[in-house]
Design a protein around this ligand. Structure first.
Ligand code: HEM
Length: 414
């Protein structure tokens, strides 16, 4: 556990008065999160339905399904203005639409909905199939891969970058820049200099695209956004840039993260792999289970908008909350045998994409990419196992991600 915690004395006193556990739950600096982020989040269930963390600037942590869902759905009671609740020095990033509250949030969500609609996702699907087919062919020929770099991060980039107006030829550079925020925190970037530079790089890239699309519109996201109005006014360049930044950030690393966690599990479960090839109709259920068990964004932030009592605890305006979505997804009151990946569990009720007005805008795209990966990969590579995991570690920010995942094609030698 980390040493340099800053506590909010008043909130901590309220926690103690209510008999709530006070703990040092510290995703930013506790090395346990790097080793096993999802397992460490799950272990927080031991502190109760709600507890108070003294880490960073202090925040309440919610672990149960019902309360996480209720808070997520109550935008009038809880604001989304802060994302980096568990950071000591939250980066100065404004995420559109994530940091907006209704009614402004509703207006912007309406603008981006057509960009990630069922029709758009259907149009992107052949590109996803071609991408997975080519990548799996290369992996099969090579006999193995770093699944994270060679597969999981490549597919969302190949499907989505051009839709974002960015050249596929720059995919490696864009992925590296985009992933930098996930590698930086108080331990390796204490004053946020590197993070600010990474944010500026992405901004410069989109500034060029937006300027170009103003001159010559194309069939892509920046062009669509430049043609939109809010309250009768055209979107300002600044708003377009912020939206592009969020969409790029949310579209690449998240889906890649869930893909890698899922394939780590599949590599260990030959019977589940066999079911994929023998009964392909389980694939949609498997996608739901992947997002339930391995949510790329396992924790989301909210800020209390006005004083209230919740489960006998006094929360004050401005109190920071962290909702542990991955713990909620393993709530045994809602999911029987929650640790079991069961593609036949039934209709998805999980919170892996969040709930309420901020529910993931790209859920359909992520589901399509996961489904296509599972189908096309197993058609070509039904048998594979894990390589040497001794260097396996994770990047932990708002999203969590493996740094690499060595996979070997074929059955393990006896
Ligand atoms: C498996 C992959 C993904 C997971 C697990 C995931 C999960 C989430 C979660 C938990 C949230 C926050 C919900 C909240 O605050 O209550 C979110 C928001 C968001 N996601 Fe995703 N996401 C994924 C992929 C994507 C993709 C591919 C896109 C495409 C661009 C995307 C776009 C967004 C956007 C724009 C938001 C902000 C929504 C808002 O605040 O209104 N996500 N996502």
């Amino acid at each position: 556990m980390s040493q340099d915690t800053v506590t909010s004395a008043d909130a901590e006193a309220r926690a103690r008065a209510a008999g709530v556990t006070v703990a040092d739950f510290d995703p930013e600096c506790d090395p346990a999160f790097k080793e096993d982020p999802l397992g460490t989040i799950l272990a927080a269930q031991q502190y109760g339905d709600i507890f108070y963390s003294t880490a960073a600037r202090g925040f309440w942590v919610v672990t149960r399904y019902d309360l996480c869902r209720e808070i997520s759905q109550d935008a009038a009671g809880y604001s989304n203005r802060e994302t980096f609740t568990f950071y000591r020095n939250p980066p100065p990033v404004f995420q559109m639409p994530a940091n907006l509250d209704p009614p402004d949030h509703t207006k912007i969500r309406r603008l981006i909905a057509p960009l990630l609609s069922p029709a758009v996702v259907r149009r992107l699907e052949p590109r996803a199939r071609a991408s997975v087919a080519a990548i799996a062919g290369t992996v099969a020929a090579a006999g193995g891969c770093d699944f994270m770099a060679d597969v999981a991060l490549r597919i969302p980039a190949e499907v989505f970058l051009e839709h974002m107006g960015l050249p596929l030829a720059r995919a490696d550079e864009i992925i590296a820049t985009r992933l930098l925020p996930g590698k930086l925190n108080a331990s390796n970037d204490p004053d946020g200099t590197l993070l600010a530079a990474a944010v500026a790089d992405v901004r410069t890239m989109f500034e060029e695209v937006v300027a170009e699309r103003r001159r010559r519109p194309a069939d892509d996201i920046p062009s669509h956004l430049l043609s939109q109005t809010v309250d009768g006014e055209p979107l300002r360049d600044e708003q377009v840039l912020q939206l592009c930044h969020t969409l790029l950030g949310t579209s690449l690393g998240t889906t890649a993260s869930t893909m890698a966690f899922l394939f780590q599990r599949l590599a260990e479960r030959p019977e589940l792999r066999r079911r994929i090839t023998e009964t392909p109709e389980i694939v949609d259920g498997l996608v739901d289970e992947a997002v339930r068990c391995f949510p790329a964004i396992p924790m989301v932030a909210r800020t209390v908008r006005n004083d209230r009592d919740v489960r006998g605890i006094s929360w004050k305006e401005g109190d920071r909350l962290l909702l542990l979505l991955s713990a909620a997804n393993a709530d045994s009151d809602v999911f029987a045998e929650p640790a079991h990946v069961d593609p036949q569990r039934g209709p998805a009720r999980h919170l892996g994409f969040g709930a309420g007005p901020h529910r993931c805008a790209g859920a359909l795209l992520a589901q399509m990419e996961l489904r296509v990966l599972i189908e096309e990969w197993h058609r070509r590579i039904p048998e594979y196992h894990l390589g040497d995991l001794s260097d396996l570690t994770h990047e932990v920010s708002v999203a969590v991600r493996m740094t690499s995942l060595p996979l070997v094609v074929g059955a393990p030698s006896a």
